[in-house]
Design a protein around this ligand. Structure first.
Ligand code: NAD
Length: 292
């Protein structure tokens, strides 16, 4: 029987745990989220974070800026939030419009409030293996998902497909820090299927639906699918009163093809996604010094 790595179940346990510690603490953790423009996906991710905050008893301070805002205004705003004792964590909802200097804006966040772990200062200490570094939420979510099912990464051969600054890169760094033997694959890598098949744990973060098929895995392997891709169902647009979904979310792994072969696999939706939100709020509680 293939084990399904159920992120929603672990997330729900995490919600309970965080709710209890926040209720016992004298402090309500506050997360500031800066949003530029009105991208639908960003709106959906922010709503998810607000809902999560409400469930655990934390607060979100949602600041919105028009498409035309410049780096200086965002940086100035972040400086005010850095000085505000009522704010524990600050994140910039990505993506930003390409004309803005993303790293410059993120680097304006004070290290103690960098709960996404994306400032250059944090990246540097994270990559150096410093355990005081904030672990970026998706990477932390992947590790917690594995640990939640008793799967250790130490000494394991881990292949990561994808090496972006936000997702694949931090996942590989974290796996190395935890003692795994890590191989990283990207668009230019040869024989990705072979490098995937010989791993004990395969982590896929490429953003390519059905990239990973049965040729990429071997019996006993553990597969973690980080990809989130939105596909049309081919159905006509929903009428308001009907709510027929016209898009569905799929990962990078062809689940039906791969699941019967491997020993464990995370689904999309319901795998890494819920763990990523949980991890962000764990980082916020750390920053607010609400311990759990
Ligand atoms: P990105 O486009 O910045 O990076 C993709 C990486 O995958 C690159 O390193 C690229 O070289 C590699 N890649 C692309 N196609 C490939 C192929 N055919 N073979 C091998 N390597 C290939 O994307 P990203 O921001 O890193 O996001 C990756 C995926 O993770 C997306 O689907 C995104 O939606 C998802 N994501 C999920 C979560 C979550 O919580 N589950 C969080 C963030 C991002």
């Amino acid at each position: 029987m293939t084990l399904i790595l159920d992120g929603r179940k672990l997330r729900d346990e995490g919600v309970k745990r965080l709710k209890e510690v926040i209720a016992k603490s004298a402090k309500t953790p506050v997360l500031a989220i800066l949003q530029v423009g009105a991208l639908a996906e960003s709106g959906a991710y922010i709503s998810q974070k607000k809902k999560f905050a409400e469930q655990i008893g934390a607060k979100v301070l949602h600041q919105t800026f028009s498409e035309t805002v410049d780096d200086a205004e965002l940086v100035g705003n972040i400086a005010n939030l850095n000085d505000d004792d009522g704010v524990d964590g600050i994140i910039v909802q990505l993506p930003l419009p390409p004309r803005l200097d993303k790293q410059k804006v993120i680097d304006a966040i004070a290290p103690v409030k960098d709960v996404d772990g994306l400032t250059s200062a944090n990246k540097k200490i994270f990559e150096a293996g410093d355990r005081r570094a904030v672990v970026p939420a998706t990477a932390k979510g992947v590790l917690s998902l594995l640990r939640g099912y008793g799967l250790s990464v130490a000494g394991q051969r881990v292949t990561v497909i994808g090496r972006s600054d936000l997702v694949g890169g931090p996942i590989a760094t974290l796996m190395k820090r935890e003692g795994a033997q890590v191989a990283v694959c990207h668009r230019g890598t040869s024989d990705i299927a072979g490098k995937s098949r010989t791993a004990d744990i395969l982590i896929v973060a490429a953003g390519r639906p059905k990239l990973v098929t049965r040729d990429f895995v071997s019996p006993g392997e553990v597969v973690v699918d980080v990809g989130i891709n939105s596909l049309s169902t081919g159905r006509p647009a929903a009428k308001l009163e009907e709510e027929i979904p016209t898009r569905r979310l799929v990962g990078d792994v062809d689940f039906e093809d791969v699941a019967p072969i491997v020993s464990a696999i995370s689904p999309v939706p319901g795998g890494v996604g819920p763990m990523t939100v949980l991890s962000l709020f764990e980082n916020l509680c750390d920053a607010a010094e609400v311990s759990f």
